[in-house]
Design a protein around this ligand. Structure first.
Ligand SMILES: *[C@@H]1O[C@H](CO)[C@@H](O)[C@H](O)[C@H]1NC(C)=O
Length: 288
């Protein structure tokens, strides 16, 4: 019985995976919609550029039109420059409901010349508390850089300009739920979080510098698109998908770069925070 069920599922997964869609459109209007901010978020330059802004009255945000179940999702971001202390630019994938899954990039602003913190987290079935934080090896406000999430059934890889900074492996075999059943949308927002973001809330947003602006361009998703209500992916593929991301794992170069980032730029890892977990680390810390 178990093996019949198994082969049925393997077959289904196979059918499902052969209908990968590649979203590669230059026009951000095709893939995203502005969701809040009363005019503070804009898609401009014929859909080439999206900007979010924040002032004292409000931040702003957008979301993807599609929901995705696995994919390699790239976006170029240029963060709020100058004195961005107190501001947070969140860029993440999330599903809905009380047992949601979520894969987060959050950029915590800082005083001019002081480093941003890139904060990452992974939620599965509504449970997060898996923070890792990094400084970057470049100024993320000076130019656009590519932030990628590779999400397949075995792992989630966070990358910056092609350099992996974090890998979250599927640890279901030791009882840790992994995001793999709930389609997720891409969300992004720019908002004020000066109660905690910069030096733990010590540095407040300087509203004389407002409006604050973050920019987005060159979205590229090689991903499985979930079509409304149907339990299979849309096959509106326009190009032959090289779906290597679906089974992607880190090769030696990737491993080396990950080690380099973790050694030189990681400033917080929940898996080494003994104060926080006096009774022992979460189980996935053993496999990750
Ligand atoms: C801001 O700069 C301070 C001082 O260099 C640093 O301790 C902190 O980690 C930086 N980033 C944030 C978001 O607070």
């Amino acid at each position: 019985m178990a093996s019949t069920t198994m082969s049925c599922c393997v077959l289904l997964i196979f059918i499902f995976l052969t209908s990968i869609m590649v979203a590669f459109s230059g026009d951000l209007n095709n893939d995203f919609e502005i969701t809040w901010g009363d005019g503070r978020a804009k898609i401009i330059n014929n859909g080439e550029l999206l900007t979010l802004s924040l002032d004292k009255a409000s931040g702003s945000g957008f979301q993807s039109k599609n929901e995705y179940l696995f994919g390699k999702i790239d976006m170029q971001l240029k963060l709020v420059s100058g004195n961005s202390a107190g501001t947070v630019t969140a860029y993440y994938l999330s599903s809905k409901g009380s047992t949601w899954d979520e894969i987060d990039f959050e950029f915590l602003g800082n005083l001019s010349g002081d480093p941003y913190i890139l904060h990452t987290n992974v939620f599965s079935q509504g449970k997060g508390n898996r923070e890792q934080q990094f400084y970057l090896w470049f100024d993320p406000t000076a130019d656009f850089h590519t932030y990628s999430i590779t999400w397949n059934p075995q792992r989630i890889i966070f990358s910056v300009d092609g350099t992996p900074i974090r890998e979250f492996k599927n640890s279901e075999s030791i009882g840790v739920p992994f995001p793999k059943n709930q389609p997720m949308r891409i969300y992004s927002s720019l908002w004020n979080a000066d109660d905690w973001a910069t030096r733990g809330g010590l540095v407040k947003t300087d509203w004389t510098q407002a409006p604050f602006t973050a920019s987005y361009r060159n979205f590229n998703a090689e991903a499985c698109v979930w079509s409304s209500g149907a339990s299979s992916c849309a096959s509106a593929s326009t190009s032959s998908a090289s779906s290597s991301w679906l089974s992607q794992e880190l090769d030696t170069t990737g491993q080396d770069r990950l080690t380099w980032v973790q050694k030189n730029y990681m400033i917080y890892n929940y898996c080494t925070d003994t104060k926080r977990f006096p009774q022992g680390f979460p189980p996935e810390c053993r496999t990750n």
